[in-house]
Ligand binder design. Structure first.
Ligand code: M6R
Length: 617
């Protein structure tokens, strides 16, 4: 939700800011803007509603001055429609010398605004943000000390914010404050950067520092200082970003999503790397910070949102089957506000690609306060969730830019399989050799994903033929059920088609009433060798909807003759251990949604109304 970039240094600031915003655009794309202090010491600001390209075109036609300091913002609207006026930066003070950008929500803005209106301040936007610009400008006018003015105002703000500020009369410094919203510093030589995440500056430097909760950054070209809101100096260790700028570029693909779907063999392979020995033994060094407490876990609660919650649902089947620990999966925002029962033997596993999803952060803070252990499964180095959890298990999917999550999903499921096997090793429900066998199956997944990717042309063609569908239903049982939910979510967010995922067993309890002539139904068929004969039950479910006029597309295991007899629209995936099938069966559904979206002429990477990281509750 909103991307933020700041720069002080010798390079062309406008280029640095626009380059950073390009990489952050996935965080919000309804308007964008920049402010710089040009060579004559004047603050210049340009902002435009619409995608970043609108701002870029505008600046190309009417360039801003050469500058060595600036801030930039890409917006996902919360307060006020996406208009030029509501776009950031916002200017403060009678002479509009202060420029400010913000990510988050200032919850007490109405009260602060009344105070400013009474003092005669004129507002030019409907945002919550503008109050902060006017308050800081007023404090600065009183004292001439920008840092203390900034600190005083930040202390008055409630809610979530990352705020960056610069002032025409202080042309060497950008100030930043962080509470509940992400902020990372990039350390260069004779130049320094600020960003909502490392993507903002990774093409310039890989040295980074994560800013802590309630901290202020004083950024100059030759030094970076950090302090808490009370003004005490603080330090944090530097870390190296472990991917480079090319990992976050399309690399010749038609969209980031297409590239990220194709990245999945590597994402899953990198997530497995170093964690599964060649004999199949799984050991997660990353869980060491949990110490012996891991042996006394009597319950696991997984908290997540959206696609990460569906990955957790898949994981629940694996953890319960292999480690025999009861698992529940909860949407973070529901968990946080329902007074859940937690003990010191509860392990809360927070799953998040970004590690910045506010709902999940609030859920984990709540769980920690209640005395539970927290493990985060996260894809972003140095993310808030990773830093606040007792232990972190990173997925190594690399940067995921498309708003619709794909490779992060399969990497999350992979990580949860690893967690399940690690925990199973500490229990006695399964023999060592049984668990090692599953570990060896895991190692085959990257090659099997590549096989699936090579055979997707028929599903692409099918997707295009459903371009005018009004509603699509998805059915699955067991681990296929969360995949049905994920397939439906992908179609909603990318193609704006109403879609629902159902547990196939639930069909006759209501949803079958939706079936009428021509209704598309996508069915995830379990392995033919499924010992619990769920396969036969799902084939019966297919028959039931076919009998009522549905058109069925089946995602089934290679060699599944029974399915071929009931529908000719089958997408085959290689046979795998039945618990691991979701990693393969989800891929045709990702491609189905992407292709259908493209066929409708929609923006695959940036669907309407969405943002990649939901950093407000
Ligand atoms: O960064 P997170 O994994 O915490 O994000 C959670 C959801 O917002 C995210 O998975 C969302 O549902 C995706 N747009 C789905 O494609």
């Amino acid at each position: 939700m909103c991307g933020i970039v700041g720069y002080v240094g010798p390079k062309s600031t406008v280029e640095v800011l626009l380059g950073g915003l390009k990489r952050l655009e996935y965080r919000g794309y309804d308007s964008a803007g920049v402010s710089v202090i040009n060579g004559s010491g004047t603050l210049e600001t340009r902002k435009r509603s619409g995608k970043l390209s609108v701002l870029v075109d505008d600046i190309e036609q009417n360039p801003l001055g050469v500058a060595h300091i600036g801030i930039g913002h890409t917006r996902w609207a919360t307060h006020g429609a996406p208009t030029d006026g509501n776009a950031h930066p916002h200017l403060g003070g009678a002479h509009k010398k202060l420029s400010l950008i913000h990510n988050g929500i200032i919850e007490n803005f109405a009260e602060l605004k009344s105070e400013l209106l009474e003092a005669g301040v004129t507002f030019t936007s409907e945002t919550d943000t503008e109050v902060a610009a006017h308050l800081i400008a007023a404090e600065y006018d009183k004292t001439g000390d920008l840092i203390s003015a900034f600190r005083r105002v930040v202390l008055r703000l409630h809610g979530a914010f990352t705020i960056l500020v610069m002032h025409e009369d202080e042309p060497d410094v950008v100030l930043a404050a962080r509470r509940n919203s992400p902020l990372v510093v990039g350390l260069g030589v004779g130049e320094n950067f600020l960003g909502s995440d490392v993507a903002a500056f990774v093409e310039h430097t890989k040295r980074a520092i994560s800013v802590g909760q309630d901290e202020i950054v004083i950024l100059r070209s030759d030094r970076v200082e950090l302090e808490d809101f009370a003004g005490n100096k603080v330090t944090h260790p530097e870390f190296q970003v472990d991917w480079d700028a090319s990992a976050a570029s399309k690399g010749g693909w038609s969209s980031f999503m297409a590239k990220e779907i194709a990245d999945q063999p590597q994402a899953v392979g990198d997530t497995l790397m170093g964690r599964v020995a060649s004999d199949g033994t799984v050991h997660l060094q990353e869980l060491a910070p949990l110490g012996n407490a891991i042996h006394s876990i009597d319950r696991i609660i997984m908290v997540a949102c959206g696609t990460a919650a569906y990955a957790s649902e898949v994981g629940k089947y694996a953890i319960e089957a292999w480690a025999r620990i009861p698992v529940s999966v909860e949407l973070s925002h529901e968990f946080r506000y329902r007074d859940p029962i937690l003990t010191s033997n509860t392990l809360v596993v927070a799953v998040s690609q970004s590690g910045e999803t506010m709902d999940t952060l609030m859920a984990t803070r709540y769980a920690k306060e209640a005395g539970a252990m927290v493990l985060s499964i996260c894809n972003t180095q140095g993310a808030t969730l990773a830093r606040e959890a007792d232990a972190v298990l990173y997925t190594h999917a690399g940067p995921e830019v498309a708003v619709a999550s794909t490779k992060a999903f399969t990497a999350q499921i992979t990580s949860i399989y690893l967690l399940a096997l690690h925990l199973a090793n500490t229990r006695s429900a399964h023999s060592k050799s049984e668990l090692q066998e599953i570990g060896r199956e895991l190692l085959k997944l990257p090659a099997q994903i590549s096989e699936v990717l090579a055979g997707l042309d028929p599903i692409r063609e099918l997707a295009r033929s459903y371009k005018d569908a009004k509603t699509v239903l998805f059915l699955g049982r067991n681990v296929g059920f969360p995949i049905a939910l994920e397939g439906a979510l992908k179609l909603k967010e990318l193609a704006y088609i109403h879609s629902e995922g159902f547990a196939a067993g639930e069909l006759k309890h209501g949803p079958i009433a939706l079936i009428e002539e021509g209704q598309p139904v996508i069915v995830i068929v379990p392995s033919v060798n499924d010992p619990d004969s769920l396969h036969a039950k799902v084939v019966s479910n297919i028959q039931e909807v076919l009998a009522r006029g549905a058109k069925v597309i089946a995602i089934a295991e290679e060699g599944d003759k029974a399915v071929a007899q009931v529908t000719d629209q089958v997408c085959y995936v290689p046979a795998v251990h039945r618990m691991l099938a979701p990693i393969l069966t989800v891929i045709p559904l990702q491609v189905f949604a992407m292709e259908l979206s493209a066929a409708k002429g929609l923006d695959v990477d940036q669907p309407r109304n969405l943002a990649k990281s939901v950093t407000v509750e």
